[in-house]
Write a protein that binds this ligand. Sequence first.
Ligand code: ZN
Length: 260
Amino acid sequence: MPPRKLLAVLAALLLGAATLVAVPTQAQAAPNFKAPFPCGQRWTYSHHSQEVRRALDFIRSDGGTTNGTPVLASAGGTAYRFSQPGGAGNYIAVEHGGGWKTYYFHLSAYSVANGQAVSQGQQIGVTGSTGASSGPHIHYEQLYNGVGQNIVINGSGLAYPGSYGSHHLTSDNGCGGPGKQFRTWGSGINVRSQPRLNASIVTTLGGPTTVYVLCQTQGDTVTAEGYSHNWWSKLRDQNGFMTNIYIDHPDARLPGVDLC
Ligand SMILES: [Zn+2]
């Protein structure tokens, strides 16, 4: 859908979530936690009635397979291995310092040694379904002084929906490299060798996806979906230009992106 309409929907969702999520007062600033799964992947999450503490369960919602996907440290720290066959299964706890700790349950395998120092975005395990689990997922928690907190990713509190599918999170954990991350919308979007409508087509984005914008520039004016302007983004991974009309942001000129 058009960006402005999408933003209105998102704002409505966020307002709804805000009434549900009360972030407790935290004495010590938390690390800047990131999603516990790889860069660019989109997962959906839920909190069921029998869930412990303030956990959220995550499964992939981007068409990829949940089982076997790397589990990443959401911040740096020291990783410890545990096993609880009747409950959490194989799990990792990462101690971040300052009283903060994160949990990653039901792993099919560990990827680090017990007591190993890990950095943000480093793989610590493999998603599985060990212990008391009805299917592959990541059970994820953030604790402060041993008490489960409402989960915050990139400074934003997540909602606690009762089932999968209503809320999604796209990871920027471990992305590294240059470029600013955006989502696209629309389908069959051409990426061209130059910011010109007659330039050769490098590739086509089949549907909404995550892109990394290296820089932006003014080129041919594009009119589509009720919008008309001449701003184009240079994409890192596609090595070409796409019109900013299909970048999911309300401004024609993207904030925080240099000129080419
Ligand atoms: Zn769970």
